[in-house]
Ligand binder design. Structure first.
Ligand code: AMP
Ligand code: ZN
Ligand code: FE
Ligand code: FE
Length: 282
């Protein structure tokens, strides 16, 4: 089984990279991409715990924003981790997430919801990418709700009055950076409408023109109709299809391998990277 989109506590997942490797092996996964939000900081730990039977793929889920302010997630896979400009953009995004969190908290405080930056940072592993899920965890810890999901539904969804965006590259720029670093770009859950506005059917062509290689079709946040439509879009535009779990440990219901990528699609995707960068235990 090939699972190309997973998170650890290097961003808003709850497993360590080592735990993720163990769980992936136990779940029968043989190709796993590590795609924390805006960070590859989990990569070294993951490679240290790699065992035979698992191919490990370097990746990141890059937070992007369109010119008109819509949030888009772009998966970068198999890129050169030493590419400086890509790493600089990721670092800038991570830094900006702190100021953005202060603003979200400020808005909540003004509305009478008591929560502080200190409480949120307690939920974050050292050096991890800060996100709304950490704020949700802090609010759960305070007894404001039972789960991340409940907090997101009530207070933290993209159209909530407390929502603040953070710096992020446009999807086209993220794609260009991933390609410049020799990797492949796959748009993540492009029709997951629960999260807010989603990209128009026309914008896929613009992303493909910028170099995008694939579309994440099989994802739990897509309906069957959306999967059919996305399959057709991928076919029309001549790009590859992936499927993945978007695993977050205990942070979400998503189970490892609940959606997977077909072997031929993965082989074609891997062949588009400028070097063979899959890592396996010898
Ligand atoms: P941020 O990157 O800070 O904008 O937060 C976005 C993250 O929140 C994404 O990684 C999602 O996985 C997570 N998220 C979005 N909606 C929900 C939800 N309803 N329940 C739990 N996590 C969510
Ligand atoms: Zn996440
Ligand atoms: Fe995402
Ligand atoms: Fe994700």
């Amino acid at each position: 089984m090939i699972d190309l989109h997973t998170h650890t506590n290097i961003s808003d997942g709850t497993d360590t990279p080592a735990q993720l490797i163990n769980k992936a092996l136990a779940s029968g996964i043989n190709v796993l991409a590590l795609t924390d939000h805006d960070s590859i900081a989990g990569w070294n730990e993951a490679t240290l715990h790699l065992r035979p039977g698992l191919d490990l793929v370097l990746g990141a889920e890059i937070s992007c924003q369109t010119e008109d302010g819509m949030s888009v997630h772009m998966l970068g896979l198999l890129f050169d981790s030493a590419h400086q400009e890509l790493q600089e953009v990721l670092a800038q995004t991570r830094e900006n997430r702190h100021g953005r969190m202060e603003k979200i908290i400020g808005r909540m405080n003004s509305a009478g919801i008591e929560i502080s930056m200190e409480e949120v940072l307690l939920q974050l592993s050292e050096g991890a990418t800060l996100g709304r899920p950490h704020l949700a965890d802090a609010m759960v810890a305070k007894g404001l709700a039972k789960s991340r999901d409940e907090i997101f539904e009530k207070w933290l969804h993209n159209s909530s009055p407390y929502y603040v965006a953070h710096y992020s590259p446009t999807p086209e720029r993220a794609i260009a950076l991933i390609k410049a670093a020799g990797g492949v770009a796959v748009i993540a859950h492009p029709m997951a409408s629960l999260r807010g506005r989603t990209v128009s059917v026309e914008s896929f062509a613009s992303y493909v023109a910028a170099g995008m290689d694939g579309i994440e079709v099989s994802h739990r946040d897509h309906t069957m109709d959306q999967k059919i439509l996305l399959t057709k879009i991928a076919e029309d535009l001549g790009v590859l299809r992936t499927g993945s779990s978007d695993y977050h440990g205990n942070g979400k219901l998503n189970e490892l391998g609940e959606n997977t990528t077909e072997a031929d699609q993965w082989a074609a995707l891997e062949a588009k990277a400028t070097a063979r960068r899959v890592v396996r235990a010898s």
